[in-house]
Unconditional design. Structure first.
Ligand code: FES
Ligand code: FES
Length: 213
């Protein structure tokens, strides 16, 4: 069967040739893909953090939280769940509170970001920070920066001039105002359970702000 044998050899030859062709064309593509995978896409971004313009070239997948903590060393903002469930990463962007773990840094071109470091300093505490100290609004303190940034946002949401029913001490205030503040703060989890003291601190700050308005 020389004819059949020749035919088989011929088929092997064709298959071997095809495989070599596929390999020759596939290897460069695989190499290019591997190179692309090893070098993630980056982008320039510029935004203000606590009043200071910061320019960075970042992996486009970098969250605002990681940009603040890992690239700008602003570690006051905490990473709790990294999934938008605890509020530890809360910062203010253009005056509104957001979970920085859920937001890509490159989305904030031109924005004004305020972190806990921008609210006050150890020598010159923001009134809300001072209220948290006064009322022991924390135990381990891990959730505290997010609680304070969130509370600043909450009181702004309620109104520039804080409604009188919120300016009173929560103990004496109508139940609805207590509930409203607690509801608006419900995205900020405190694993130590310091909620009562946190609410008292916010109430005191709201009262002081209201009396100034
Ligand atoms: Fe962002 Fe928990 S770390 S919500
Ligand atoms: Fe510890 Fe809130 S003070 S988690």
């Amino acid at each position: 069967m020389p004819k059949s044998s020749a035919l088989q050899l011929s088929r092997r030859g064709v298959l071997a040739g095809s495989a070599a062709t596929v390999a020759a064309t596939a290897v460069p593509d695989a190499g290019a893909q591997a190179a692309a995978a090893a070098k993630p896409a980056t982008s320039e971004v510029s935004f203000k953090v606590n009043g200071r313009t910061r320019k960075m070239r970042l992996d486009t997948r970098t969250t605002l939280l990681d940009a603040l903590r890992d690239h700008l060393q602003l570690t006051g903002t905490k990473k709790g769940c990294d999934h938008g469930q605890c509020g530890a990463c809360t910062v203010l962007v253009n005056g509104e509170r957001i979970n920085s773990c859920l937001s890509l840094a490159v989305m904030h071109e031109g924005d004004a970001v305020t972190t806990i470091e921008g609210l006050g300093t150890p020598d010159d505490l923001h009134p809300l920070q001072a209220a948290f100290v006064k009322h022991d609004g924390y135990q381990c303190g891990y959730c505290t920066p997010g609680q304070i940034c969130s509370a600043v946002g909450v009181l702004d949401e309620i109104g520039k001039g804080i409604p009188s029913h919120v300016t009173d001490n929560l103990e004496a205030a109508p139940q609805t105002s207590n509930l409203e503040v607690r509801e608006r703060m419900s995205g900020n989890i405190c694993r130590c359970g310091a909620y009562s003291n946190i609410a008292e601190a916010i109430a005191e700050f709201a009262g002081a702000k209201g009396s100034r308005a």
